[in-house]
Design a protein around this ligand. Sequence first.
Ligand code: 6R9
Length: 656
Amino acid sequence: MSEHASKLYPAPEALARAAHVPGMAAYEKLVAEAREDYEGYWSRLARELVSWKKPFTKALDQSNAPFFKWFEDGTLNVSYNCLDKNVEAGLGDKTAIIFEADDGKVTKVSYKALLDKTCQMANALKAQGVKKGDRVVIYMSMSVEGVVAMQACARIGATHSVVFGGFSAQSLRDRIEDARAVMVITADEQLRGGKQLPLKAIVDEAIGLGGCDSIKSVIVYKRTGGNIAWTAGRDQWMHELTAQQSTTCEPEWVSAEHPLFLLYTSGSTGKPKGVQHSTGGYLLMAALTTKWTFDLKPDDIFWCTADIGWVTGHTYIAYGPLALGATEIVFEGVPTYPDAGRFWKMIQDHKVSIFYTAPTAIRSLIKAAESNEAVHPKKYDLSSLRILGSVGEPINPAAWEWYHEHVGGGRCPIVDTFWQTETGGHMITPLPGATPLVPGSCTLPFPGIDAAVVDETGKDVPWGQGGILVVKKPWPSMIRTIWGDPERFKKSYYPADFQGKYYLAGDGAIRDEKTGYFTITGRIDDVLNVSGHRMGTMEIESALVSCTDLVAEAAVVGRPDETTGEAICAFVVLKRPRPTGDEAKAIAKQLRDWVGKEIGPIAKPKDIRFGDNLPKTRSGKIMRRLLRSVAKGEAVTQDTSTLENPAILDQLGQAY
Ligand code: 6R9
C-alpha cells in the first residue's frame, strides 16, 4: 500500500448507510445535479429547507455581477424559520439550547421558550424605536440572551452586527461608527474561566471615544450584577424592557436579499471590512451545511464551541442548528477551566453526538492531556460522539490523528470544514457518510460549490500543483458586499486578475494528484490566522504606529506556532535609541498592552523585535519575506544584495 492509501479513512459503514448523503455515489449525484442545472439544484434545496412566506420565482440574478442576488422576489423571516416553524411542527417542548455557564450551571431552553424570549426581545427592540434595516451592534458573552438578541433582530428585520467580546473599546467604536448602529446590546460583565470581565464598561468607553452619535440606546443583560456606570436615558436593563412585552411578535417578512447581518473581519488593509450577508441564501446554506456536513439527525446533541462573535458562531450556533430543530449546547466558558478536561466532561455530561471545534483548541488540549493524565479524554465516557468537526485553520495531521483516536475513539469521521466569514457556510468539506478522509485535507467541495485552483491568470492548474483558491460560480450564502464600500468588495473578491469572474478566497490551495482532494496552504494576502482568528498585519501595524510617543515604524509578519497555528511578530523602530535587555522587555510589554487596547488581546504580538530601522530595498520597500525568515529564526538565505542596511539583521535576531 502506498503511504497515501494507508492514510485513507473510509466512512464507517453503518453511518454511511443512514446518512443524509449516503456514500460517494450519492455525493457524485448531487454534484452532477448541480452541474447540470445549477439554479434548479439550489431552488430545489431552497424549497426543501426554507419556509417562504412568498415563494421566489427566480433563483439567481447575475445582471449586476459580482453583486449577485439569490431568490430575490421570495420573502421569508429567519427567526420564523428557526423558531415558529419548529414549534408548529410539534417541537415546542424539545430542548433548543442547553446552556452551560462558566461555573457549570446548566439551563435548558425549549423551542417554545426560545420563541417567547425572542418575541419579547423583538417587541422590546421595536419599543425602543428599532426598525427594519437599522443596524444593531451586539457585544455580548456566550449566552442564551446573545442568541435571542440575534434572533430578535432577524425577527424585526434589523441587521445585527455582532462584535466579539474580546475586542477593545477602540475596535468596538470603529464598528459602531462604520455600521452607524442605532443600538448596542451588551451584558454588564462576562464570566470566563472564573473571572469577571467587563463588557458594559467597554461599551461606555467606546461610545465615549466619539463618533457613535447614531447610538440611541444601550440594552444591558444582567449577567453578574457587577458594578457598572449608568447613563440615564440611554441605558436600559434587558430584563426590565422585556418583562412587560408580549410573547408574540409578528415576524417582519423580508426579501431574501435583505441584509440579515454584518460581520466585521480583517482584510489586507488597516480597516476591517463589514461583510454583508443576505437572508434567504444565507439561511439555506446554514441549514443545508449543518444537515449534510454534520449529518444532523433529530436526536443529535450538537455542540459548536465557537463564539457568536465569529462567523462559525453565527452559522453553526445562532442559525443552522435551530433552523433544523436541533438540540445544541451553548457554552459560556473556556476549555481550560476549571481544568483542561472541561470539553470532555461536557461531552460526557450532555451526551454530545456532534462536536465541532478548532485545531488550536485541540492542540492545546493535547498538550494539557500529555502533561496531566486526569484531563486526558480517555478518562471520560465519550461514546455518545458520532461526528467530529474542525474549523478555522488547517488541522495538522498529528492533531487530526489524536482527535480521531482519543476523542473520536477511532470511530467518528472528522469533517475538516474550509470556509470563511465571506462564504457564510462550508465550502470544501468531507460529508461524513460519504467522503473517505485524509488527515490534513478538507477533501472535496460541498455539492454545488464550484471551487478550483488557478494560476495568476485564472487558468486551472493541474492537480498536484499549488495555486490560488477561487470559486467559479456564485453561491447562495456568499458575501453580498462590504458594508458601505462596494468598490472594495469588487477589488477584494472579484479582482481584475480573473476578469472579475471568480471569487478570490485569499487562500492558496493544492489538489492531490490522484484524488483531487484540496489542501489549503494558507493565506496569500496579508492576513494572519492566529488561533483560528483572522488578523490583518496592516491592522496591527497601524495600531503600533498609532503609539506616536514611542513608535516610528512597524512591520508585522506571521511565523508558524505549534499551538496557535501562526504567531504575530512585530518589528519595531522606536523614536528613541534601540532598547536592549530589561528596557526592551519593558517597552515590549508596553507595546503589547497598547495593541491590546487598540484592537483586543488576540492581536497582541507574541514576539517584538527592535531595530534601528527595518530591512528595506533601495526603493524603500520593507522586505517582508526576509522578516518572515528572521521571525522563524531561520538563517536568511534570500538575496540581501538589494538590502540597504544589512547590519540591522543582527539587531533583529532578539525577540522580546
Ligand atoms: C470559518 C472561518 C477564514 C480563513 C480562511 C482560511 C482559514 C478556515 C479552514 C481554514 C484551512 C480549514 N480556514 N477553515 N484553513 N482549513 N478547515 O474560520 O472564517 O474567520 O473568516 O477565517 O480561515 O485561511 O480564509 P474566518
